[in-house]
Every structure is written in C-alpha cells, then in structure tokens.
Design a protein around this ligand. Structure first.
Ligand SMILES: Cc1cc2nc3c(=O)[nH]c(=O)nc-3n(C[C@H](O)[C@H](O)[C@H](O)COP(=O)(O)O)c2cc1C
Length: 183
C-alpha cells in the first residue's frame, strides 16, 4: 500500500474539528446484544430512507453488527456521555445499567432519536466497512443531543429559532422518566 501523504495524526486532528452527534450502533445476537459508540454516522437518502455507519473492521462488534439483518442506532442525548464512553471501552459489558426500550433491536431509552434499520448494503472502505441501513422505524426523544468536538463531549447551543415546528413530537415510549443518567 502507498504511504499516505497525510500523517495519521494530522488526519485525526483535522477530523476532530468536525463537530458531530454521537450514536450507539447495536445489534442482537444469539449470545446477547453487541454495540459500539459511533460518530461515523450520517443520513444518505430520503427515498428510500437510508443511513450509513462506518465500522472499523478490527472492532470487536464488527462481525456481529455487519452480519445482522437489523440493527439499531441510538442518537445519544446530552446526559448520556457516560453511555458513549461505556460503549467505546474494550472487554466490558457495554449494556450494563443502560436502559433500553422494548424493540427487536437494542435501542437506548432516553436517547435523542432512535432508528431501527434493516441492512441495505455493505461497502469496504479502507480499514472500515460502510454499513448502509434502511430505516424501518424512527422515534424522536425529548432530550437535547450529545455533541462531540475536539475529543470532548458537550452540549448543543442554539443561536436561532427552529426553522419549522417538528411534525413529530417526542415519543412517550422514549422520553420516559429515565433520561439515561448514570445510575
Ligand atoms: C466518540 C467516539 C466515536 C467513535 N466512532 C466510531 C465510529 O464511527 N466507528 C467505529 O468503528 N468506531 C468508533 N469508535 C470506537 C468504538 O466505539 C470502539 O471503541 C471500537 O470499536 C473498539 O472497540 P473494541 O475494543 O471492542 O474492538 C468511536 C469511539 C468514540 C469514543
């Protein structure tokens, strides 16, 4: 493989300046749920409704998540940075103390948004796999989002009024009283 003209540290530092939301991507397996923290998430298409997630090929969750027919994406809320940290930690029970909603795929209660997805396509991209999912259910939670920037977690600060009222108010099955604080 040709050496890259961009040092890995410069690449990482530049990308750390891209502020993003934080998700947990998870799937059910015969031996229990598997998931990981991901900021490599984006919407792809409106019709059909597609999203994508980038998964490191050496990640412990890789095979289970890309091999699953269905997976869940939980867009974490501001008070769930502990969940983001827990789902990035190796060799632990990542689901410990994490409240989930009743669903065919693992979805985290108190999240800012929840997507149930069906695997649509897989693409190899360097050391990652791009998993494209068709969204088959979308729920909106009440919590403001968790934001990741410069390797730190923070909150979103609005500087303008919303452009339009949301047609989808928070879903009561997500908002509950459990807002995901660390127990
Ligand atoms: C803020 C944050 C964002 C991350 N985003 C991704 C991502 O988009 N894709 C990915 O494969 N891993 C991502 N990771 C790393 C995984 O969460 C996890 O740590 C990695 O898969 C290693 O897990 P393992 O030790 O179980 O193999 C991210 C970690 C953090 C803390």
């Amino acid at each position: 493989m040709d050496a890259s003209p961009v040092p890995s540290s410069a690449f990482r530092d530049a990308l750390a300046r891209f502020a993003s939301g934080v998700t947990v991507v998870a799937a059910a397996t015969d031996s229990g749920p598997v998931g990981f923290t991901a900021t490599g998430f984006t919407s792809v298409s409106l019709s059909p409704p597609l999203v994508l997630v980038c998964i490191g090929r050496r990640a412990s969750a890789h095979d289970a998540v890309v091999g699953a027919e269905r997976f869940g994406v939980s867009v974490l809320s501001e008070c769930q940075s502990w969940i983001a940290e827990q789902f990035a930690r190796p060799r632990i029970d990542r689901f410990r103390h994490v409240p989930r909603i009743r669903a065919a795929v693992p979805l985290i209660d108190g999240a800012s948004a929840l997507l149930q997805c069906r695997r649509h396509a897989l693409h190899e991209a360097g050391d990652h796999t791009i998993l494209v999912g068709e969204v088959i259910e979308a729920l909106v939670g009440a919590g403001p989002p968790l934001v990741h920037f410069a390797r730190r977690y923070g909150a979103f600060v609005a500087e303008s009024a919303p452009a339009a009222e949301s047609a989808h108010p928070p879903d009561p099955s997500v908002t509950g009283i459990r807002q995901g604080r660390h127990p």
